[in-house]
Ligand binder design. Structure first.
Ligand SMILES: [Zn+2]
Length: 197
């Protein structure tokens, strides 16, 4: 016993000391969105096109009417069509010729989250709204555009709400109580109907 106790103690100290040496490579899970709604609820507040793109990772047709409008828009701010969070401004807008709204950076509000997307046999970086998880588009880099970042946020126009400079920003969707959100999160996972309040 005399030798066993110090050995056990030594092992304990060893474990404690080395617990902090564990590699810190665990990628942090992306922050959960603040706004959680069921698919049915999103369908009620979005048009079919907006729903398909933002909630089902869809892609709008390039060079469509929305893109033509985008090209004409002047100074202003671009908000999330789902929750009203500020995403981009005209200061970061540039003409890439790709047929989708392009920005070289997100706005200072930092509401654009980037995450790896391995769908369609490609490794791309998806961009989503940090507040509500809306799919916005993708971000590409190193394409040689003469912009300050050489990054191209290739964004679906239907995911954006444009407000000209000096205009009234859209109403920011506020989260419901933690209980209601939690229930909706569970329902959303199962793809079912909205719970009755
Ligand atoms: Zn949003």
């Amino acid at each position: 016993m005399k030798t066993l106790v110090p050995a056990a103690l030594a092992l304990m100290i060893f474990s404690v000391l080395h617990a902090e040496d564990k590699p810190k490579t665990d990628p942090k899970p992306a922050a959960a969105p603040v706004i959680i709604k069921t698919e049915e609820e999103w369908k009620k507040i979005l048009t079919e096109d907006q729903y398909k793109v933002t909630r089902q990772q869809g892609t709008e047709r390039p060079f469509g009417d929305i893109y033509k409008e985008f090209e004409k828009q002047g100074e202003g701010t671009y908000f999330c069509i789902c929750c009203g969070a500020e995403l981009f401004t005209s200061s970061e807008k540039f003409h890439s010729g790709c047929g989708w709204p392009s920005f070289y950076d997100s706005s200072k509000a930092k509401n654009v989250l980037e995450r790896v997307d391995n769908s369609h046999g490609m490794r791309r970086v998806e961009t989503v709204c940090k507040r509500c998880g809306a799919h916005l588009g993708h971000v590409f880099e190193g394409e040689g555009f003469k912009t300050p970042t050489d990054r191209r946020f290739c964004i679906n126009g239907v995911a954006l709400k444009y407000v000209p400079k000096g205009g009234q920003p859209p109403k920011l969707l506020e989260p419901e109580s933690a209980d209601v959100q939690k229930k909706k999160e569970e329902v959303a996972k199962e793809g079912g109907e909205a719970p009755k309040k």
